[in-house]
Ligand binder design. Sequence first.
Ligand code: UD1
Length: 425
Amino acid sequence: MYKIRIRGGLRLKGEIPISGAKNAALPLMVASLLTDAPLTLTNVPNLADVAFMADLLRHFGVGVEWTPGHAGDGGRFRLCARDLTGTTADYDIVRKMRASFFALGPLLARAGTAKVSLPGGCAIGARPVDLHLKALQALGATVDLVEGYVVASAPEGLKGAEVAFPSVSVGATENALMAATLAEGRTILLNAAREPEIDDLGRCLIAMGAEITGLGSSKITVDGVKSLHAAEHAVLPDRIETGTYAIAAAIAGGEVELTGTRGELIGALTGLLEIAGAEVRETERGMCVARNGARPISVSADTAPYPGFPTDLQAQFMALMATSDGTSRIRETIFENRFMHVPELLRMGADIKIEGDTAIVTGVAGLKGAPVMATDLRASSSLVLAGLAAEGETIVNRVYHLDRGFERMEEKLRRVGAEIERLPS
Ligand code: UD1
């Protein structure tokens, strides 16, 4: 177990390389189950969740060759599911990483059967999987719930169908998209999620021989093919990591260039940062965020599916608003229990009240360092950001949450001048 110690109050200057996106890498790795030929992925971040996913794939009989990269360099995976030796994902792995559930659709499409544990409770709300299951049932699968497991089968193969999602789900769209590539006939996904990670997955599937149109829109059409083939694909930059370090520059002040990323991936956030008084501009290698002088100005935000303001940046943005001049209202519309960072920010002197799905944040002139406890991945990163701005020392405990989704965060922040280190706890 580790903790992170931060001495706050230093301005940041320099550049931070942005890694490949965790939320793209995980479904892309799962896509290897769809073919007996190798899938090579580059720009894969070196994260605990990626290692979990590699273990899960090995468990299905996938040959995994992993050459991890260094921060910003990107790792390389060669995944080959020539012979599947298993189609069951046990509770022990699914409970650690919900993205294991993405294996359901590809296993079903390739092997005609799959047994995947229900993910169970999760720190940020109930997070059901009904939309995943309804989509696979629409494609002709029979689905039973047996002793905490989803048992799905389609012995004659999946059949293309129209799948209208009643609400937007990233994971269910990805599961259905992967399954539909090998279904017989045409599948139309309506009210599909439009997150860039879905576009990335779709482009990789096309490189593998899938026939997909409409990526990036809420109507995706897939014409099933008999088999997919080998391909190589570079994982897109992590927009949540990009946004987190953009907020780091805004909260600590100074000027940081984020390289290897694209500003358009976080358009909703950059709009808010500009209103708050930060300067944001595109550069040849990525984007640059600066804040010099005055305190940030309060600005309200509601989370929404892409291209709206992402729930995965809500906690980090709240840390910035906790230091701003004025009062902002931050409404969480995606997950029902995603304010666990609030009590920890209060311990650092923030003034935040929760009313239902809305946090009312009255900025304070200065946060104070304190020992705090990370409760989930994005909440942990918000505490690190608050620590950068706080006076004195902040200790963030339970850093393993951070390691699930941020590649060497303390190293990246140190290179722009933050005083931050990892210590055994
Ligand atoms: C993905 C991201 C996660 C991000 C979330 C929302 C990955 C690995 N994770 O999670 O970081 O916070 O998108 O942008 O990509 N829902 C249902 N039934 C379902 C599925 C979802 O009701 O079957 C609900 C969820 O409880 C939630 C909402 O739909 O309220 C959106 O969830 P979803 O988009 O599915 O999130 P994930 O794919 O789990």
